[in-house]
Design a protein around this ligand. Structure first.
Ligand code: FAD
Ligand code: SIN
Length: 532
């Protein structure tokens, strides 16, 4: 494919990307590159819903307070304020565009309850909210003549000329390397769940955006905070399908192999405690009883369960289980990364001309633990905000000169090079799950890092080969997560160290960023991010 030019380059096609693209349409030529099919990504799989303070008795202040409690002392107040105050407006816009969310008989939005929310505030389209949001956003994009989408285009590097981001290099659907020059570039590449063996994330969520930004010199932040969803279908041979927290919101309970409930013992909030606490309680109960843990809803009306959760009921049926009557074996899996590419409130990263929004970015809105259903809202709000910032940046700086061509890939770059000894995608994901997962400690993290460092060094020449891009992302992001987890000698939110089981507010109420090996800590109370 020939090299391309545009005003606005967006990498990714999830909620953050699409919402940004809609606000860029009138301002110039926009190009969306997405590595799989257009709808591949976490957004399309989102189940529980999108949180927004639209109900009677709710308010932005209450939503903010819940978000901050879940974030365990590390939320950035200004980001939370932006999310919770602007959220309702963007959600109403989706409704105005025709989103078919569930409604009460009186016509008002039906609101679900999820863990750590003090009121019902989750709008949903039964248990396939993401699919409905994608439908409506893609319908709007179809009416934007200046937005072009290239599918099966794998971005492999952010291009930087001088200090400025000038676009990106990508592999097209035939594996040919091409480059795009753009006035402003938005990373909207989603999460990194695939760096762990057990994950709810689709295969495209391999942390590419974090790895590309880090290689380009951008700051990344708070990467130790990985959320493990407590209830993922755990049947041998079946996909790790998410069993939405909304099930517990509607009354589903967790039981051990003897049929006993245990959550009340583990946490006063029981089944609706924040995810990190439920996930660890499940793992501990399973260890204590040397048995499985199950989600049970046989005490609920079967017709209600099947009608409210048709997608989940279907996935269970494919695994030979009846959601409404059987006990469903569950276990935790990596679900969401709170850290990411460090951005300010407009979405600017520390590399001029490069912005980030959605799960790949770290605005600090989620702190150490994301409140359920705040992520779709984050993509919507901060995607739109980033579009405004891109327009302003482009108007001020114009299109750049293209970056010099990348050094040629090693011979055989279109074929996967031989991996260094012991390294395979499977080995890396196993290692991350075993040693950098739900329970962490210094000796295991140190050992994991030694292996990851050796792999990264040996992978270095091969990593420039496009065919090694995925493995390079997994190892790069895996190392960053492990390094951050080793540094933080306390337990907070989703980060749990068995050798430092207490939260330590005196030493650790701080965000830690890293860029090209330079580590900086910023007190969480400080107003903004480290500025350039
Ligand atoms: P995504 O929607 O993941 O999109 C990322 C895009 O980037 C994809 O199109 C991908 O193909 C593309 N991409 C990645 N790398 C490259 C590359 N190198 N080159 C080109 N393109 C690339 N959150 C909620 O708030 N509510 C929920 O109910 C909910 N349920 C969830 C259920 C599941 C099973 C999962 C996995 C997540 C859920 N989440 C939920 C989290 C939420 O869905 C995601 O955090 C959110 O959708 C992320 O949106 P995004 O736009 O940042 O990224
Ligand atoms: C779920 O439905 O449990 C996932 C919701 C989320 O990730 O916010």
């Amino acid at each position: 494919m020939a090299d391309l030019e545009c005003d606005f380059l967006i990498i990714g096609s999830g909620i953050a990307a699409l919402r940004a693209a809609l606000d860029l349409d009138g301002a110039g030529e926009t190009l969306i590159l997405t590595k799989g099919g257009a709808a591949q990504g976490s957004t399309a799989f989102a189940q529980g819903g999108i949180a927004a303070a639209v109900g009677a008795g709710d308010s932005a202040a209450l939503h903010a307070a819940d978000t901050i409690v879940a974030g365990a002392g590390l939320c950035r107040a200004a980001a939370v304020q932006a999310l919770t105050e602007q959220g309702p407006r963007y959600v109403r816009e989706l409704l105005d565009w025709g989103a078919r969310f569930d409604r009460e008989p009186g016509g008002e939005a039906a609101l679900a309850r999820e863990g750590a929310h003090s009121v019902r505030r989750v709008l949903h389209a039964r248990d396939a909210t993401g699919r409905e949001i994608c439908r409506i956003l893609w319908k709007r994009i179809a009416g934007c003549p200046r937005v072009r989408v290239i599918e099966h285009a794998l971005a492999v590097d952010v291009a930087v000329n001088g200090a400025r981001c000038t676009g990106a290099r990508f592999l097209d659907d035939r594996g040919r390397l091409a480059s795009v020059t753009a006035a402003a570039t938005l990373l909207a590449t989603g999460g990194a769940g695939q760096i762990f063996r057990e994950t709810t994330n689709p295969s495209v969520a391999a942390g590419d955006g974090i790895a590309m930004a880090y290689r380009a010199g951008a700051r990344v932040a708070d990467l130790e905070f990985v959320q493990f969803h407590p209830t993922v279908l755990d049947v041998e041979g079946a996909p790790r399908f998410l069993l939405s927290e909304a099930l517990r919101g509607e009354g589903a309970v967790l039981v051990n192999a003897a049929g006993e409930r245990f959550m009340q013992r583990a946490d006063p909030a029981g089944e609706l405690a924040p995810r990190d606490r439920v996930a660890r309680a499940i793992a501990r109960e399973s260890q204590r009883t040397d048995g499985r843990v199950y989600l049970a809803m046989d005490h609920l009306e079967p017709a209600f369960v099947r009608a409210r959760f048709p997608t989940i009921a279907d996935a269970c049926r494919r695994a030979g289980l009846d959601l409404a009557r059987d006990r469903i074996p569950v276990g935790p899996a990596a679900h969401y990364i709170m850290g990411g590419v460090d951005v300010d409130l407009d979405g600017h990263t520390s590399v001029p001309g490069l912005l980030a929004a959605g799960e790949v970015a770290c605005t600090g809105v989620h702190g150490a633990n994301r409140l359920a259903s705040n992520s779709l809202l984050e993509g919507l709000v901060f995607g739109a905000v980033a579009a405004g910032a891109m327009r302003r940046w482009a108007a001020e700086h114009g299109r750049p000169r293209p970056a010099p061509p990348a050094p040629p890939a090693p011979a055989g770059g279109d074929r996967a090079p031989a991996a260094p000894a012991g390294l395979s995608e499977r080995a890396a994901r196993d290692l991350m799950w075993r040693d950098v997962g739900l329970f962490r400690d210094g000796p295991r993290l140190t050992r994991a890092l030694e292996t990851l460092d050796a792999w990264a060094a040996a992978l270095e020449p091969a990593a420039r080969a496009p065919a090694a891009a995925r493995l390079a992302s997994i190892v790069t992001v895996g190392r960053l997560v492990a390094r951050a987890a080793l540094r933080r000698e306390e337990s907070r939110g989703a980060h749990y160290r068995s050798d430092f089981p207490e939260r330590n507010d005196i030493d650790w109420t701080r965000h830690v960023t890293e860029s090209k090996g330079r580590v900086t800590a910023v007190d969480a109370g400080e107003a903004g991010h480290v500025r350039n």
